[in-house]
Design a protein around this ligand. Sequence first.
Ligand SMILES: Nc1nc2c(ncn2[C@@H]2O[C@H](COP(=O)(O)OP(=O)(O)OP(=O)(O)O)[C@@H](O)[C@H]2O)c(=O)[nH]1
Ligand SMILES: [Mg+2]
Length: 184
Amino acid sequence: MSGCERTVKILVAGPFAVGKTTLVHGLSQIAPVSTEAEMTSAGSGIDHTDLPAKKSTTVAMDFGRLHLADDLVLYLFGAPGQSRFFPVLTDLARGALGALVLADTRRLEETYPVLEHIELLGLPYVMAVNLFDGAPRYPLERLREAMDLAPRAPLVSFDARDAASSRQALIALVRHLLMPESSR
Ligand SMILES: Nc1nc2c(ncn2[C@@H]2O[C@H](COP(=O)(O)OP(=O)(O)OP(=O)(O)O)[C@@H](O)[C@H]2O)c(=O)[nH]1
Ligand SMILES: [Mg+2]
């Protein structure tokens, strides 16, 4: 490790099943830590147990590490999505410099409470729309209005299954964090 290497903690937040674990696992250069628990009928009516490909959910956190540049290492902390886990989100946010807040255009309203919580914590953020196959596509400016984003919070779209695309979303966040606080 070089002397001038900087390590930065980043929170990856967003509602249930939006692709947080997929992003952290796709980008991590170490074996990622995951805390997936199998979804059972106990979650019926609470979680979307109707998503056929979704067999597990994050109950504590995802953890991964990514060398984004020679002198910059990101520690990625993926939070659980459901609002009953917001205390975990609060704990994970401690020491984080910023958050990537994921959204799915089929269920945009589910991102509001997460966004509100991140704003309450005072964390700078970038909203990243994960483009699921068949999900509606909207111009980013319309999405910005619909989500009532902070005027300077960047909004990007990406595909969590594609590491290069996820990387770009994180670069947008790092660029935002590098701006002087007065212009964020
Ligand atoms: N089509 C498509 N599927 C995706 C994408 N990202 C994730 N998935 C799938 O969607 C499901 C949910 O992904 P996860 O990464 O587990 O979502 P999560 O946000 O970590 O979910 P929780 O931890 O339960 O809140 C998985 O079956 C993924 O394979 C995407 O960009 N496109
Ligand atoms: Mg997860």
